[in-house]
Design a protein around this ligand. Sequence first.
Ligand code: AMP
Ligand code: GLY
Length: 435
Amino acid sequence: MKVFVIGSGGREHALLWKLRQSPDVTELYCAPGNAGTGLVAENVFIPSLDRSALRTFALWKRIDLTVIGPELPLALGMTDYFEDAGLTVFGPTQAAAQLEASKVFAKQFMLEENIQTAPFEVFEDAEKAIAYVEGKRMPIVIKPDGLAPRNGVVVCNMLSDAVAAIRACLVEGCFKKAGKRILIENCLSGQEISYHCLVDGYNFLPLAVSQDYKRLYDDNTGPNTGGMGARSPVPNVTDDLLQKIATRIVEPTISGMAKRECEFRGVLYIGIMIVNGEPYVLEYNVRFGDPEAQVLMMRLKSDLFPLLAACACGGGLRGARAEFSKDTAVCLVAASAGYPDASNYKEVPIRGLEKAAAFQKTEIFHSGTRMVRDQVMAADGSGTRTVRDQMMTAGGRVVGITSLARNSDTAARRTRHAMSRISFDGMHYRTGVGV
Ligand code: AMP
Ligand code: GLY
């Protein structure tokens, strides 16, 4: 089978790494990919939003399954566009992707389907929104409706922060169209988990539960990022809780989408806050979390390919099983200088990847990396040139190191040791992931 993965993050590298192990997969392509995906698949240099070039490539290569990694192509209807040409896709249609692409759609959907979530109001007018928060207790959460960098969600501890966040969206237009409508939500406090399940339109298959370390610094301080680390499993997640999530959240979500004639097919990743043992939906995502995918792929013992293919062909998941290692996987992410805000990062060489990869049960999944081919002139002035491949950073999150071990402490320690072998200018990572 020929599989084509669209995207260029650690998530896509981890999915490709796992797909490479499938006896069914004979050819594996990735667009546009990164230096790491190029080690397990053939990179194709087409940007992840160039749908016409991507589809032409898939048709030309007679791809059997296309896996769309990130949310933006899904929200823009890449699945529909591929399916119109008779291609098989893992990932929801544009209509189903609204669960992530519009937070207002998602909240109204939850209200109609009686799915527990934080109370909220929707605003388009800044003055009305400010008057509303002035009457509310802090903290409060402000969210732009559409897709924004790192979600654009602000948890505001003070009224002045809330007013600034409202103005940023509705007056200053910081998130452009995505921030023309906002949600103002009560703040929930509890333990946050990332719940992933595969969905074929009607049936679902729960994957292991994971947890993301969203803040830039240890002790949950600093700005929100895409995720500086992850672990799986998560302590204190009981069977009783999983049962509540299945019956009160996942089942009504799948049947509610089918009822609206936008059956969900793909991976549903639900951000859940557990408050006094009760699960509340923080948000829906219509793709794998990153770095969550890195720990999930490391623990998954079953073959990934038939599971993804079963979702793509509606109704195919009935009777499917996914087996996960009992061990704990911890992922630690290293980011470029200035992340999450830097737009002026410098491309710098990365050293020590081979040494880090030598640790047992440890994998390195790349995000912002690029292989650069240099021609080096001999120092003796002879004019001899040698070609040298150099791994460079490409901004944002650069690499994730994932280790699998008996317990979280051991896995976390191993990721830190492995990470200490890697260096690049401006590199930073958290030290408290998984402990
Ligand atoms: P979201 O994209 O909606 O998941 O928001 C990003 C992050 O903001 C979440 O992972 C939570 O850490 C936080 N968050 C979102 N909504 C709430 C809420 N209602 N109460 C507390 N924290 C929240
Ligand atoms: N790790 C959070 C996300 O993928 O949205």
